[in-house]
Design a protein around this ligand. Structure first.
Ligand code: 2M8
Length: 427
């Protein structure tokens, strides 16, 4: 006889699987229909983990379809426009990239390498192996080499991001200051996001004006990495990007080791990791006792307190002196809050519990923080974040994100990465 709890969990699993199947457009999974009708980079990486427990072949397809859009330079783009849709803005005509498949000209946090390591480690059928697996690993090596060479050409140890969309945390208050230096685009346009989602949950027009200025700028620079590095008005050491890249490189090198791939490229990646380990302290602030991104144009830290500041845990980049201070901050953040972890600290002046990356809770961020906490032996905090994440599923289902105070839906419904986190991590 099955208990009530088992029945509920079973039906949650079925619902999560259905969400992925419904969002499957054949080899790639859209985040949700309408609002996001294309393949997004870090969404697909997370979604591959969701496919893993019930369709391993399909999990690998998510990876290979994303990598099919890799640029010659090695960059894996942030959105791949496999087929047309008019429900999203800006589409391929605005980006002006002419590749097959079509894509945007920027990237997103490189969590893919960590995911590939997990698929390889936990896959029961070894659905991708031999030559095909080697091809994926070579593509990842090229991607990570591109990251260090083109986003940190001066060997500072800290790569840069050129657009809030690259961070994946589009309207985080961390970007308010660096974004102010970006002019507003001069042409008029019609947003599509606010026809799907209430405007109170989305970025403001002033942010979109600047997002689009940057898109134009990349096009005018002919997508040239060197020119963009020199002249981009927005150039930020994004602490989440840096942490995810660092963890990804570590996982990639471990996978290479398992597969017997050791050469000048892997040695070079290991060297780049040491530069990051030496430089990460620049992003620590003694008063907030957490990590922050840095605006490389002004040289100032972005002082908003956001969940990105916890991601060095995922990368193993927190020193033993910083660890107790950071954990103390986290404990305070979690204390007396029914849900966790808000994307902006509730005591930060820019906190808005319903507005996208200024407050709502995102489960894939929770997963990365919890993984990092476990690595550091902070099991009770990891468990607390996991339980709070599970509660959100039961309170309001497979949403894009969750209102930081009520746990209600924030953003789109029937969302792929949330269903994936349920299947891989929570249920
Ligand atoms: C959101 O970003 C897109 C632009 O890339 C948008 O709002 O139009 C972010 O939450 C991003 O992290 C995510 O990858 C994307 C699709 O879920 O949506």
């Amino acid at each position: 006889m099955t208990s009530g709890a088992d029945t509920t969990t079973q039906s949650m699993i079925e619902q999560a699987q259905k969400t992925l199947r419904d969002n499957d457009l054949g080899g790639y999974t859209v985040p949700t229909h309408g609002l996001y009708p294309f393949q997004w980079n870090w969404d697909s990486a997370i979604v591959a983990l969701g496919w893993l427990p019930f369709d391993e072949t399909r999990a690998w397809e998510e990876v290979t379809s994303l990598l099919s859009a890799q640029w010659k330079s090695g960059m894996v783009p942030h959105v791949v426009f496999h087929r047309p849709s008019d429900t999203y803005f800006p589409g391929p005509d605005i980006w002006g990239v002419q590749n097959t498949p079509d894509s945007t000209s920027i990237t997103q946090p490189p969590v893919l390498a960590s995911v590939v390591k997990l698929l390889h480690q936990h896959g029961r059928e070894q659905a991708l192996s031999g030559e095909a697996l080697h091809t994926v690993v070579q593509q990842l090596i090229r991607s990570h080499l591109w990251w260090y060479n083109s986003r940190d050409p001066e060997n500072t140890g800290l790569v840069v991001s050129y657009h809030p969309w690259e961070s994946g945390m589009d309207n985080s208050p961390a970007w308010d200051e660096p974004l102010r230096a970006v002019p507003k685009v001069q042409w008029s346009y019609t947003r599509r996001d606010t026809s799907h989602i209430d405007a109170s949950e989305r970025p403001h027009k002033e942010e979109y004006d600047r997002f689009l200025y940057l898109v134009d700028f990349f096009r005018k620079m002919n997508f040239d990495d060197t020119l963009i590095y020199q002249d981009c008005p927005y150039r930020v050491n994004d602490v989440s990007m840096i942490s995810i890249l660092h963890r990804g490189t570590r996982d990639l090198l471990a996978l290479c080791h398992d597969l017997g791939i050791e050469n000048a490229q892997t040695q070079y990646l290991a060297h780049r990791m040491t530069l990051t380990e030496e430089a990460i302290g620049e992003l620590w602030h003694a008063d907030t006792r957490m990590f922050h991104s840095k605006d490389t144009r002004s040289g100032k830290l972005c002082m908003a307190r956001t969940s990105a500041g916890m991601l060095p845990l995922f990368a193993g980049l927190v020193s033993h002196t910083q660890l107790p201070l950071l954990i103390n901050e986290l404990d305070h953040w979690l204390k007396n809050r029914p849900f966790a972890l808000s994307s902006t600290h509730p005591e930060d002046p820019n906190y808005e519990p319903q507005r996208y990356w200024r407050g709502p809770i995102w489960l894939h961020i929770n997963w990365m923080i919890a993984e990092g906490l476990l690595d550091y032996g902070c099991t009770s905090q990891a468990e607390r974040i996991k339980e709070a994440s599970r509660d959100l599923l039961y309170v309001s289902g497979y949403n894009e994100s969750f209102h930081a105070q009520t746990g209600a839906r924030s953003g789109g419904a029937d969302f792929s990465w949330t269903a994936a986190m349920a299947l891989y991590w929570l249920l």
